[in-house]
Design a protein around this ligand. Sequence first.
Ligand SMILES: [Zn+2]
Length: 415
Amino acid sequence: MIWDGTGADAFPADLLVENGRISSIARTPGQLSGEGAATVECRGMTLMPGLVEGHAHISFGGAIKDSDLGLIPPEEHLLLTMRNAKTLLDHGFTSAYSAATSKLRLDIVIRNEINAGRLPGPRMRAGSPEITVTGGLGDERQQHMYHESFGMIADGVEEITKAVRLCCREGADNIKINISGDDLSPAAHGGLTVMSEAEVMTAVSVARDFGKKINCHARAAGSVKRAVKCGVDVIYHCESADEEALDALESAKHRIFVGPAIGIIYGTLYEGEPFGFTHEMAVKFGMQRILDDSRKVYTELRKRGVRALIGGDYGFAQTPQGTNARDLKHFVDLLGYSPSEALQCGTRLGGQVMGLGDELGMVKEGFIADLLLVNGDPLKDLDMMVHEKNLVVIMKDGELYKDQSAPVAAQRQAA
Ligand SMILES: [Zn+2]
């Protein structure tokens, strides 16, 4: 069965891949000749587009506090990022849209190695570090003490200009700015809008000059409105959007994407205990409120047709890399999406945010052959997408990265 990512029901078909692309899809059996082709038996399984992580932090790994990311030396950090890239591909993510990196060149060098065929990993749009103002999310400095963190601190139009240009020079595809604070951040909580309009405007305009996309961290309603007004492409979080902010997001829905990053909220509330986040602490830090508000806001955004991306800040201790596909079920259980809508957020809309909407994220003739063969029907049980063993085939760019189809077919026959 082919689930093609358009939202239509799955249908039985044969499919041919040539030169990295899907060359034909035949709904009548026996129409396609397998002559000269390697054949993969897909009976009883679902063929679907590869997943797109819409809020990737491939340089994050196991951090408990944001500032932990600053304590990893560059050499270890590069190796960690390399391992995470493989972990994502192993779990069916054939593309990753970076929400930010934690050192300037980590995403960039890994993307380049993947593109050169020297490392396994998803196709990537590399992120910049989180450009933040003094006191904002990602500024963990203390007076008279020296710390590294994951933010790139820039204040005022001139410093923001320079920071964005530096990221562009080094090869980032996506620029990230932190417009609002964050509830776990000491100086600026999530209700505050700490990056000025002039600063946001500057970041967007410089990113545009270099032909880059721009993402932002925006929890407060004021931050969401500022992001839309200034032309940011991907607006993450948005849980405190008021009516005016919802209207703004809707009015820009043909050019923007939103992303709730709900995995980290769920993980901190319910699975943070081993890492020191008791449920009471998580509630105190606002996680329950964010979850409740996200449900309201994303129900509204879904009805208004605003495109949302999966990706829940995977890469922290309570959201380990490789569990990223849990966001699919979170979209259903926590935010009210249907299984098909959630999967489209992780495939078709992912192709669009990668800037490849007419060739990536769907199973269509002419599209890039990034495909997953899933042992069962993911629409009946999205949880199955999280487990590597259910991903029988992973194909990226028409290349079989993983093919367990023969042993699985033998098992089925024996059963
Ligand atoms: Zn993030």
